[in-house]
Ligand binder design. Structure first.
Ligand code: FES
Ligand SMILES: [Fe+2]
Length: 315
C-alpha cells in the first residue's frame, strides 16, 4: 500500500469542531484514587485527577507557577502536587507551596461522572446537565473500555442520523418515516422504527428479542448521543460520547438495561448488540471525508443545522 501525500483532511463541511459541551475523558474505573489522566480540548491541555478521598479535580494542565505539565505530578491527599517545585493545587485551583501567593490559582474545569464515565466541560461555570436518558435510575449501568476510531467525531455523529445507510451497513429497513425534533433542553432528537433484514449473529439475536420491531430514540448533545431502544418486551439504553484526539476519537460507551432479574446477563447482551451495531459503522467511517453538498436526508440536514447552531470554544 502506498502511504504518501498530505494527511487526510477530515474537517467537516462547516460543522464546528469544538462545540461547548461535555466531553468524555475516562472510564471511572480507570481513574482510581490517586490517578491522573490528561489530554486537550480545543487546543487547551487539561489534567483530570481523583483525590485520595475520591473527589474529581480538573485543571488546565500547566502549573500556574512556572508552567510545568501537571501530568508528571502526583496526587497528595486532596490536591495534585506539581512535579517541578512541589506546589499543591486543590480541586478548587487554590495553590500552596514555596512562593505561592494568596491569589495564586489554577484554572479549573467542570468535571463530573455518570454511569461509569468521567466527563469534562470546557466552560468554567454553569454547564448544562450531563446527557442522560429519562429515568436513568431505572437502568443498571456498565461502562465499556473506550474504543479508538480513526475518524472525525462529526462524521460519526452524522452517521447516527443518516437513515440511508441503515440498509447498506446495518441490514435494517425503516418501518415508518423517522421523526426529528429539537428537545426542550435544546438537543436534537431523532426517532425511528426499523426491522432487521440481515442474517448475521447479532441480526438474528436482535430479531428474536425485539419481535423484529425496533424503536430507537437518539438525542444528540454535541459529541455525545443518548440512544434509547424499545424492543417491545424489553428496552435498553446507551450513552455514547466521543473524545476527539489528534488521530481520531476515543469512543466511550455506557450501557443500561432495566433493573431486575438477570440484569448482569442482559447488560452483557445489550453491550454486545450495541457494539456489533457500531462496529459496522466504525469499519466504513474510518478515513471518511465528510461531505454534505446535495445531501437531503432530513436527519442529516437537521443534525448539520443543529451542530452549526452550537456555541463553540477553542481552536
Ligand atoms: S512550576 Fe509548578 S510549582 Fe513551580
Ligand atoms: Fe450507523
Amino acid at each position: 500500500m502506498i502511504r504518501s501525500g498530505p494527511p487526510e483532511d477530515t474537517d467537516g463541511p462547516g460543522l464546528p469542531r469544538w462545540p461547548l459541551a461535555w466531553y468524555p475523558v475516562a472510564r471511572s474505573t480507570d481513574l482510581a484514587r490517586g490517578a491522573i489522566t490528561h489530554g486537550a480540548l480545543g487546543g487547551v491541555a487539561f489534567v483530570v485527577f481523583r483525590t485520595r478521598s475520591g473527589r474529581l479535580g480538573a485543571l488546565t494542565a500547566h502549573c500556574p507557577h512556572m508552567g510545568a505539565h501537571l501530568r508528571h505530578g502526583a496526587v497528595v491527599e486532596d490536591a495534585i502536587r506539581c512535579p517541578l517545585h512541589g506546589w499543591q493545587i486543590d480541586t478548587a485551583g487554590a495553590c500552596q507551596g514555596a512562593g505561592a501567593r494568596a491569589d495564586s490559582r489554577a484554572d479549573t474545569w467542570p468535571v463530573s461522572e455518570q454511569f461509569g464515565v468521567v466527563y469534562l466541560h470546557p466552560r468554567s461555570h454553569e454547564p448544562s446537565p450531563l446527557p442522560a436518558p429519562s429515568h436513568p435510575e431505572s437502568y443498571r449501568w456498565a461502562a465499556a473500555r473506550a474504543i479508538p476510531v480513526k475518524a472525525d467525531w462529526r462524521a460519526m455523529m452524522v452517521n447516527g442520523f443518516d437513515m440511508l445507510h441503515l440498509a447498506s451497513v446495518h441490514h435494517r429497513e425503516l418501518v415508518e418515516p423517522p421523526v426529528v425534533e429539537r428537545t426542550a433542553d435544546g438537543a436534537l432528537r431523532l426517532e425511528y422504527v426499523s426491522r432487521v433484514t440481515g442474517h448475521g449473529a447479532s441480526d438474528r439475536v436482535m430479531k428474536a428479542i425485539s419481535g423484529n420491531e425496533i424503536r430507537v430514540r437518539q438525542t444528540c448533545y454535541g459529541p455525545t448521543v443518548v440512544v434509547e431502544a424499545d424492543l417491545g418486551r424489553t428496552r435498553s439504553c446507551a450513552v455514547l460520547g466521543m473524545l476527539p484526539g489528534a488521530d481520531g476519537v476515543q469512543a466511550f460507551g455506557a450501557f443500561g438495561v432495566p433493573r431486575g432479574a438477570l440484569s448482569s446477563l442482559r447488560a452483557h447482551l445489550a453491550r454486545w448488540l450495541y457494539t456489533a451495531f457500531l462496529r459496522r459503522d466504525f469499519r466504513v467511517i474510518e478515513g471518511m471525508q465528510l461531505r454534505l453538498d446535495g445531501v437531503d436526508d432530513p436527519g442529516v440536514c437537521a443534525l448539520a443545522s443543529y451542530l452549526r447552531s452550537l456555541e463553540t470554544f477553542g481552536v
